[in-house]
Design a protein around this ligand. Structure first.
Ligand code: ASP
Length: 342
């Protein structure tokens, strides 16, 4: 008899498994076994599904680096036993967690698919069932005995994306995520269409390594007209701050005011890593295209190119946690490690 594929579901929390609190009317998490019971359709899938759950499932707004390590450790401990992993996660911070995991899981040779939903699984119009069932089907896809997907992905509303290219763009629509700088990997319609040319594969078969240290001495600053000196100064001088994602305008532009330029330059000279990313949802940084980015280019700001803010902040945490040397930091950041940038 043909051996079935083995999939591990990792439940972290999120709307997908929430119920309404009778007293307050607010959505809160409930236990995972009940969730599985609510989807008898899972029994029809051609795979064995096991599940594990966070002891106390969370709303993903409570996500932090320790939980990322816990997810990475669950995958590491079960890596040999399963053909693929589906992580159920709240949509609010899903792009951050999934981007973080893409760095933490080096030389991944199996699918790790994040999914969740906008409505709880018990809701009549829920999007949870489709998201969960199709994620499991995609995680089970194989060609010549090898998994077709070998990277960390995010599945929502009929599309599978590279996780570290995604952003949550809508708190209302079922189509909650977008990947504006990279095309989808799989589309679900009457058939599952795999866009093979977009998939990530490690060049050579290398040993799977799990990195568990993420350094959280990082910050994000979104530029806006009217940002004042004192506020900028207090962010740049925050105790222990090692790296900053600077969300600039358009193609990586910032005000040419002398005080702004000199404060950023001084911070970089003092050892702070500053990454220039665009605050636009699509497109990226092109240093030197406008006069308003020339000073940033000259001060050796790190070019975030077309990376998302979520992938940039987690990449900083990963590189700092891996003790990358100060001199090679900029070059390594500007290199695509998991397909997160051009
Ligand atoms: N607040 C929820 C969470 O992120 C929203 C969701 O699951 O979609 O956990």
């Amino acid at each position: 008899m043909k051996k079935k594929t083995n999939i591990l579901l990792i439940y972290t929390g999120g709307t997908i498994g929430m119920v309404k609190d009778y007293e307050t009317g607010a959505l809160k998490v409930f236990d995972f076994d009940t969730l599985i019971e609510r989807i008898p359709e899972l029994n029809q899938l051609e795979c064995n599904i096991d599940s594990i759950s966070f002891e106390n499932p969370i709303d993903s707004s409570n996500m932090n680096t320790s939980y990322w390590t816990a997810i990475a450790t669950s995958i590491e401990e079960n890596y040999e036993r399963y053909d693929g992993f589906v992580v159920l996660h709240g949509s609010d911070t899903m792009s951050y967690t999934a981007s973080a995991l893409s760095y933490m899981l080096e030389n991944l040779g199996k699918p790790v698919i994040f999914t969740g939903s906008q409505l709880p699984i018990g809701d009549l119009r829920t999007d949870a069932k489709e998201n969960l069932i199709t994620s499991i089907q995609i995680a089970s896809l194989k060609k010549k005995g090898a998994p077709i997907i070998q990277e960390v992905c995010l599945y929502f509303e009929y599309k599978l994306y590279r996780a570290n290219r995604t952003t949550k763009i809508n708190a209302e629509h079922f189509e909650a995520f977008a990947s504006l700088n990279y095309p989808s990997l799989v589309e679900s319609g009457v058939h599952l269409i795999v866009n093979y040319e977009n998939l990530w594969h490690s060049k050579r078969v290398k040993k799977f390594i799990v990195h568990k240290k993420m350094d959280d001495n990082v910050a994000i600053l979104k530029l806006f007209p009217g940002l004042n000196k004192e506020v900028l100064q207090s962010i740049l001088e925050a105790p222990n701050l090692k790296a900053l994602v600077l969300e600039t305008y358009g193609a990586g532009n910032a005000s040419t005011d002398e005080w702004l330029v000199s404060k950023l330059k001084k911070a970089i000279n003092n050892g702070l890593h500053i990454v220039n990313v665009t605050q636009c949802s699509g497109g990226g940084v092109i240093l030197g295209q406008y006069e308003t980015s020339v000073a940033l280019q000259k001060m050796q700001i790190i070019n975030g190119k077309d990376i998302t803010t979520e992938a940039a902040i987690t990449k900083l945490m990963y590189l700092l946690g891996s003790n990358v040397s100060h001199n090679s930091f900029k070059t390594i950041f500007e290199t695509s490690l998991r397909g997160e940038m051009q």
